[in-house]
Design a protein around this ligand. Structure first.
Ligand code: NAP
Length: 313
């Protein structure tokens, strides 16, 4: 039998047991052992780690790792934690893309149908209809046209929204206006009624959505951040909401999670706070994706394509 696969970084032993069970069902031919239960000889022999937000010290204690499979789509903490070049394979999973696209559509409807305003009005006992704006008259802009951005674009198009998207390299996605590169960003922002953030956190995207970029949005636009907290400059966001330029922000991700009790975002009337729930990993589906990657590795000896660590994603 091949050497064991190590599992690192579950939130407690209940989650660890659940993950082990689902992974074992997807790949009964493999032996998957939590880091904490491995003998040193097993740690020395292991070639593949399956990780969920691991402690870098545990990864560093595995001298012969060949590649690391993340159970998360965003791997910015892994990129900065590793002290040696190691292929990092992020989770690209159909079920995650479906769930994220569903979340983008749900919260787009929330904004397009003025739900934040009606919730505020109800608390004030106010009966005041707002003009209806059709999806066909609402432009949703996607920062990021990767696995999740494209799934979201397709879902929005299906619901009749106008969609524009932005990426680093040129993209062709039927039905959407796809722009790329920094020079095109102001044009893209200027079209958005709702801006959705789905870029990875990298040195280039940290603070990307700042005062200047928020000012480039249409007056009365709204923001959805489903990517990573530090991509949006919080003080600039609050200033744009307070000035009335930005109508509302739906935030699922934050600089510090859980969002600290003292954060002004909790009580800001223009902010909806979500506890990082827009695109959870679906373990049975993720385990199937990981099993496919492992089978190819066992057959060919080639690790799957890892992220580009220089680019950061
Ligand atoms: P992906 O497939 O790697 O796509 C990333 C997209 O962002 C690509 O279109 C890429 O452009 C673009 N991009 C990256 N850097 C850029 C830059 N500097 N300028 C312009 N565009 C840039 O990633 P994904 O699977 O769609 O996931 C996106 C992010 O969603 C993840 O990194 C993670 O942080 C977040 N996420 C959040 C949750 C949640 O529950 N909140 C769940 C899953 C994922 P190119 O196409 O040109 O490379």
């Amino acid at each position: 039998m091949a050497e064991a696969i190590v599992l690192i970084g579950c939130k407690g032993q209940t989650q660890e047991a659940e993950y082990l069970d689902v992974l074992a069902t997807a790949m009964p031919e493999e032996r998957i052992v939590p880091f904490r239960l491995m003998e040193q000889a097993e740690r020395d022999a292991t070639q593949v780690a399956i990780v969920a937000n691991p402690d870098p010290a545990e990864v560093a204690a595995l001298p012969n790792l060949v590649w690391v499979q993340s159970l998360w789509a965003g791997v910015e903490r892994l990129v900065s934690a590793f002290d040696r070049p190691l292929p990092i394979v992020r989770l690209v999973d159909r079920e995650m893309a479906r769930t994220m696209a569903e979340a983008v559509l749900a919260w787009t409807y929330y904004l397009q149908r003025d739900m934040p305003a009606y919730a505020r009005q109800q608390r004030a006992g106010l009966w005041r209809p707002h003009p209806y704006r059709k999806p066909a008259d609402t432009t949703v802009g996607l920062l990021g046209l990767g696995a999740l951005g494209i799934a979201a674009a397709e879902r929005l198009l299906g619901a009749g929204f106008r969609v524009t998207g932005w990426s680093r390299s040129p993209k062709s996605v039927p039905g959407i206006e796809a722009l790329h590169g920094m020079e095109a960003l102001p044009t893209m922002l200027g079209r958005c009624d709702i801006l959705v953030c789905l870029v990875p956190l990298t040195p280039d995207t940290r603070g990307l959505v700042n005062a200047e970029r928020l000012a480039a949005l249409k007056p009365g636009a709204s923001l959805i951040n489903f990517a990573r907290g530090p991509i949006v400059a919080t003080a600039d966001l609050i200033a744009a909401l307070d000035s009335g330029h930005l109508a509302h922000a739906v935030l699922d991700v934050f600089e510090v999670e859980p969002l600290p009790a003292e954060s002004p975002l909790w009580s800001h009337p223009g902010v909806t706070v979500l506890p990082h729930i827009s695109g959870p990993t679906d373990m049975p589906s993720a385990a199937g994706t990981v099993a496919d990657n492992l089978r190819v590795y066992r057959r060919t000896g080639q690790p799957p394509q890892g992220i580009d660590t220089a680019r950061g994603y």
